[in-house]
Design a protein around this ligand. Structure first.
Ligand SMILES: NC(=O)c1ccc[n+]([C@@H]2O[C@H](COP(=O)([O-])OP(=O)(O)OC[C@H]3O[C@@H](n4cnc5c(N)ncnc54)[C@H](OP(=O)(O)O)[C@@H]3O)[C@@H](O)[C@H]2O)c1
Length: 382
C-alpha cells in the first residue's frame, strides 16, 4: 500500500485524484488532505478516505471543519503553516495540486522531506525553477509531472538517449479562442473564457489556456523538469487533445503518448509510477476520433508564448515576475476589472519594470513574488 497526501484535494486535479484513490482502496492509504476554504467538500472527502490529517488554509473554517469531523480520529488544523505541515509529513507520494504560488512552500517542504512529488502545481516550478531543482538534487525526492503534456514527455523521454534529443513538442488545444480574431477576443467574458473545449479544469488554468499563458508556463515547466534549453521546446496546436506531447530524436524517430483528454490518466500514472495500474476508463478509439490535426500556433495572437520564451532567456527573476503578474491579472479579469486581452498586455508591462537578479532562496522568492503582486494589483486597480 502506498501512503498518499493530496494538497488541494478539493480542486479539479485534487478531486480526480480522490476519485481514483476511492476506486483503488487496496492500493492507497491517505495521510493528508488540504483545501483553501471549501471545508464542506474537504470534510466529505475525509469521511470517505479517513486520512490522519486535514488542513484548511483559512482559519475561519477550522471550527466548522473540526465539528464536521468530530469523532473521526482525524487531526484537524488550519492556516498556511498547517498546509506546509501537510507537505512535510512523511508519505510515499504527495499530490501537489494547490493552484498558484500558494503551493510553493508545501511543495518545498515535501521535497526537503525526500518525498516523491506528483507535481500538478506548475506555478511553483515557474516562479522558482532553479531553486526547486537545487532542492531536489540535495534530497532523495523526485518530481513526477502531472500536467498531461509533461506526463506524456515523461512517459516517452529516453533519459539514456538525452544526447540524441532533437525536440520536445508540447501540444496545445489552442483553448476556446483558437479561431477568434484579436478584435473578437477583446470582448470575451469570463464565462466564455472559462468554457474550455476539451478539458474540465479549475478557473485559473482555464483562463491561462484561453490566453495560452498556460502553454507559456508549460514551456518554462518543461525547461526545468527536463533540463532542456528553450529553443529545443516547440508548441504545436492539436485541437483534438489526443496526442499529449511528443519527443523527437536525432535518428528521426518521434515518440508520442496518446490518451483521452482526461486528467485521471496522467494522475494515475504518477500514483502508480514506476508501474501502471488498471483504472476505470473507456479505451481510446482512434477510428472514432478519425482526424488528428496539427499546426503552428499564432504567436501574434497569443503573445504569452513569446513572453514565456523571453522570460527564460532574460533569466534573473523574469519567470517569477511573469507568473506573479499573470496570477493577479487573471484574478483581475475574473473579477471584471480588466478585459481578456489586457491580461497578457499587463503581464508584459509588469515584466518590463520588475526584473531583478535571480532569487537565491525560497525566502527571496516569496518576497519578490509579494512585491510583484502588489505592483500588478496597483495597475489592475480596486
Ligand atoms: N485542472 C487540470 O486539469 C490541470 C491540468 C494540469 C495542471 N493543472 C495544475 O494543477 C494545479 C491545480 O489546478 P486545478 O485546476 O485543480 O485548480 P482548482 O480546481 O482551482 O483547485 C485548486 C486547489 O487549491 C486549493 N487552494 C487554492 N488556493 C489555496 C491557498 N492559498 N492555500 C491552500 N490551498 C489553496 C483549492 O482549495 P479550495 O477548493 O478550498 O478553494 C483547491 O483545492 C494548478 O497549478 C494547475 O495549473 C491542472
Amino acid at each position: 500500500m502506498k501512503t498518499v497526501s493530496i494538497l488541494g484535494s478539493t480542486g479539479s486535479v485534487g478531486c480526480a485524484t480522490v476519485d481514483l484513490i476511492k476506486e483503488l482502496p487496496d492500493e492507497y492509504v491517505v495521510d493528508s488532505l488540504t483545501a483553501h476554504q471549501n471545508w464542506q467538500l474537504l470534510a466529505e472527502q475525509a469521511k470517505v478516505l479517513k486520512p490522519r490529517y486535514v488542513a484548511v488554509a483559512k482559519h475561519e473554517y477550522y471550527q466548522p471543519l473540526k465539528s464536521a469531523l468530530a469523532g473521526q480520529n482525524i487531526q484537524v488544523a488550519s492556516g498556511e503553516k498547517a498546509i506546509i505541515e501537510a507537505g512535510a509529513r512523511e508519505v510515499d507520494l504527495l499530490m501537489a495540486a494547490i493552484v498558484g504560488s500558494a503551493g510553493l512552500l508545501p511543495t518545498v517542504a515535501a521535497i526537503r522531506q525526500g518525498t516523491t512529488v506528483a507535481l500538478a502545481n506548475k506555478e511553483c516550478l515557474v516562479s522558482s525553477g532553479e531553486i526547486l531543482i537545487k532542492e531536489l538534487n540535495k534530497s532523495k525526492a523526485k518530481l513526477l509531472p502531472v500536467d498531461s503534456e509533461h506526463n506524456a514527455i515523461f512517459q516517452v523521454f529516453e533519459t539514456h538517449n538525452k544526447s540524441h534529443l532533437d525536440r520536445l513538442i508540447l501540444t496545445a488545444s489552442g483553448g476556446p479562442f483558437r479561431d477568434c480574431t484579436l478584435e473578437e477576443m477583446k470582448e470575451k467574458s469570463p464565462t466564455e473564457a472559462l468554457a474550455h473545449p476539451n478539458w474540465n479544469m479549475g478557473e485559473k488554468i482555464s483562463i491561462d489556456s484561453a490566453t495560452m499563458m498556460n502553454k507559456g508556463l508549460e514551456i518554462i515547466e518543461a525547461h526545468y523538469l527536463f533540463g532542456v534549453k528553450e529553443p529545443v521546446i516547440d508548441v504545436l496546436i492539436h485541437p483534438q487533445s489526443i496526442v499529449h506531447s511528443l519527443v523527437s530524436y536525432s535518428d528521426g524517430s518521434v515518440l508520442a503518448q496518446l490518451a483521452q483528454p482526461d486528467m485521471k490518466i496522467p494522475i494515475a500514472y504518477t500514483l502508480s509510477w514506476p508501474k501502471r495500474i488498471n483504472i476505470n476508463m473507456s479505451r481510446l478509439d482512434l477510428a472514432k476520433v478519425g482526424l488528428l490535426e496539427f499546426y503552428d500556433p499564432d504567436v501574434e495572437k497569443f503573445p504569452a508564448l513569446r513572453l514565456a520564451r523571453e522570460s527564460i532567456n532574460l533569466g534573473g527573476s523574469a519567470c517569477l515576475v511573469l507568473n506573479a503578474a499573470n496570477e493577479i491579472a487573471v484574478a483581475g479579469f475574473l473579477a471584471g476589472k480588466i478585459r481578456f486581452t489586457d491580461i497578457v498586455t499587463l503581464v508584459e508591462k509588469v515584466l518590463e519594470k520588475n526584473i531583478e537578479s535571480a532569487p537565491k532562496s525560497i525566502e527571496e522568492v516569496i518576497l519578490m513574488d509579494t512585491e510583484v503582486r502588489k505592483f500588478t494589483e496597483s495597475i489592475v486597480g480596486a
